[in-house]
Design a protein around this ligand. Structure first.
Ligand code: PLP
Length: 411
C-alpha cells in the first residue's frame, strides 16, 4: 500500500460555507419569493477598473505579435512590477524594501499556505482566534499541529491568541513557546486593525526571541485610521523578523485575475540561513511565474489613472461598510470593524450562538452572513458581514434590519 500523508485525515471538514449554502438553499426552496441579500461574501463584486482593462488588452496584443510575445515569466516576477510595488507600497510609506525582496505570486492564499515550508516540522505556530483558516490548515497538512480536539476545536500543538471584546480584538503575545506568529491586519474576520504600538510590540518580541512574524496585509487598502500601519515594515526592526503577504484581490478586484506578492527581507535569517534565499529557491522550484498579462494589469494599479479609479472603487466598498456599521448601530447592535476594513463583526444579541443568529437573520430579514464560530472558538457569539455587496442591496439590508428592530433578532 502506498503510504499517504495521513495528516490530511485529521483536518475537520470545512463545513462553514457549505452549511451556509445548504441552509440558504433550504430556505429558498421553502420561500421561493424571498429576496435574499448576501452579505456573507468575501469576494468583490465591482468590475476591474478601465486602467487595468486597458493594460490587459495591450498585454494580450503583445502576446499575439512575434516581436513582443513573452513565454515563461521570471519566476520571482517581472522587474517592472517589482519596481512599481517597491516604490508605491513601500518607499512612499518610508519603508526600505527593495524590488528584489518582493516575490510576485498568484495571490495571498497560496503564499499564506506555502510560506510555512520555510519552517521546520517542529516549529510551533501561534495564530489569532478567530482566524483565516488557511494558516492553520496548511500547517496541519505539513504535520505541524498535533491532534485536533473536537470539543475545544483546538489543535494540540498550536498556540492560540484569543481576540475578544475584552482585548479590543488585539492579540496578546502568548506566554507559551511559539516560533512562527501569524498576524492579519486589518483582520479577517473581525474587521479590526492593529495600531502601530501593538504591532511594534510583536516586532520587538520576535527580535528578542527569534520568532518570525507572518504578516498578512491583504486588506491594507481599507485602512482609514492614521495610527494603523499599512505595512509591518513601518515598525522599527521588522526587517529582521517579519515576512509580509499582500494581495491585489481586495484593493483592485483581482480575485478572478490572481496576483499577489510576498516580501522577504534579505536581513531575515534564522539558524544561519537566509529566509530570503530559501523563499527564492522555493519559488524558483515550485512556481513558474504569474502571467505576463496579469503582471501588466498589476502595474496599471500603480498608474495615476489606476490609482484614481481604484480610489473611487474602494470608496464604494468603504461606503458600504459605513452603511452596515451605521445601520447596525442605529438598530441597537454592538458592532466592531468596518472602519479600516471591509468586514464587520457584530456581537449576537441576547447571547445567541452564531448559528442561531444566522437562522434568525435569514428568516426575519432574509440576509445571509457568516457565523463567527466558523473562524474559531472565540468567534462564537459573533457574526461577520461584508461590504462587498452592491450598495443598493447593502442599503436595503440595513433598512430591513432597522424596520424590524433589535427585538426581532433576540430569539
Ligand atoms: N489573506 C486573507 C486574510 C484573506 O481573507 C484572503 C481572502 O479572502 C486572502 C489572504 C487571499 O487572497 P488572494 O485572493 O490574494 O489569494
Amino acid at each position: 500500500m502506498t503510504p499517504v500523508n495521513t495528516e490530511f485525515a485529521k483536518l475537520p471538514g470545512s463545513y462553514l460555507f457549505s452549511t451556509v449554502a445548504k441552509k440558504v438553499a433550504a430556505y429558498t426552496a421553502e420561500h421561493p419569493d424571498a429576496e435574499i441579500i448576501r452579505l456573507g461574501i468575501g469576494d468583490v463584486t465591482q468590475p476591474l477598473v478601465p486602467a487595468v482593462i486597458k493594460a490587459l488588452h495591450s498585454a494580450v496584443d503583445e502576446m499575439g505579435a512575434a516581436e513582443t510575445f513573452r513565454g515563461y515569466a521570471p519566476d520571482l516576477g517581472y522587474p517592472f512590477l517589482r519596481e512599481a510595488i517597491a516604490k508605491n507600497d513601500f518607499k512612499q510609506r518610508g519603508c526600505d524594501i527593495s524590488p528584489d525582496e518582493i516575490f510576485v505570486s498568484d495571490g495571498a492564499k497560496s503564499d499564506s499556505a506555502d510560506i510555512q515550508e520555510l519552517f521546520g516540522r517542529y516549529a510551533v505556530i501561534a495564530v489569532c482566534d478567530p482566524v483565516y483558516p488557511v494558516y492553520v490548515d496548511s500547517n496541519v497538512m505539513a504535520g505541524r499541529c498535533g491532534e485536533y480536539d473536537k470539543e475545544t476545536q483546538k489543535w494540540s500543538r498550536v498556540v492560540y491568541m484569543p481576540c475578544t471584546e475584552e482585548n479590543n480584538f488585539v492579540p496578546m503575545i502568548p506566554a507559551e513557546r511559539h516560533d512562527v506568529i501569524y498576524l492579519c491586519s486589518p483582520n479577517n474576520p473581525t474587521g479590526t486593525a492593529m495600531k502601530k504600538a501593538d504591532l511594534q510590540r510583536f516586532v520587538d518580541h520576535a527580535n528578542e526571541t527569534g520568532a518570525v512574524i507572518l504578516f498578512d496585509a491583504a486588506y491594507e487598502a481599507y485602512i482609514t485610521e492614521p495610527d494603523v500601519p499599512h505595512s509591518i515594515y513601518e515598525c522599527e526592526g521588522a526587517k529582521t523578523c517579519a515576512i509580509e503577504l499582500r494581495s491585489f484581490s481586495k484593493n483592485a478586484g483581482f480575485t478572478g485575475l490572481r496576483l499577489g506578492y510576498t516580501v522577504v527581507p534579505k536581513e531575515l535569517e534564522r539558524g544561519g540561513l537566509s529566509l530570503h534565499d530559501m523563499w527564492a529557491r522555493r519559488h524558483g522550484t515550485k512556481f513558474n511565474g504569474a502571467p505576463y498579462i496579469v503582471q501588466r494589469a498589476g502595474e496599471a494599479v500603480y498608474s495615476a489613472e489606476g490609482k484614481a479609479e481604484l480610489k473611487e472603487q474602494l470608496s464604494y466598498y468603504q461606503n458600504n461598510a459605513k452603511t452596515i456599521r451605521d445601520g447596525l448601530v442605529s438598530a441597537g447592535f454592538t458592532v466592531y470593524g468596518g472602519v479600516s476594513s471591509p468586514y464587520l463583526w457584530l456581537k449576537t444579541p441576547n447571547n445567541l450562538n452564531s448559528w442561531e443568529f444566522f437562522d434568525l437573520l435569514l428568516d426575519k430579514a432574509r440576509i445571509v452572513g457568516t457565523p463567527g464560530s466558523g473562524f474559531g472558538p472565540h468567534g462564537e457569539g459573533y457574526f461577520r458581514l461584508t461590504a462587498f455587496g452592491t450598495h443598493e442591496n447593502t442599503v436595503k439590508a440595513m433598512e430591513r434590519v432597522n424596520s424590524l428592530g433589535l427585538s426581532h433578532f433576540m430569539a
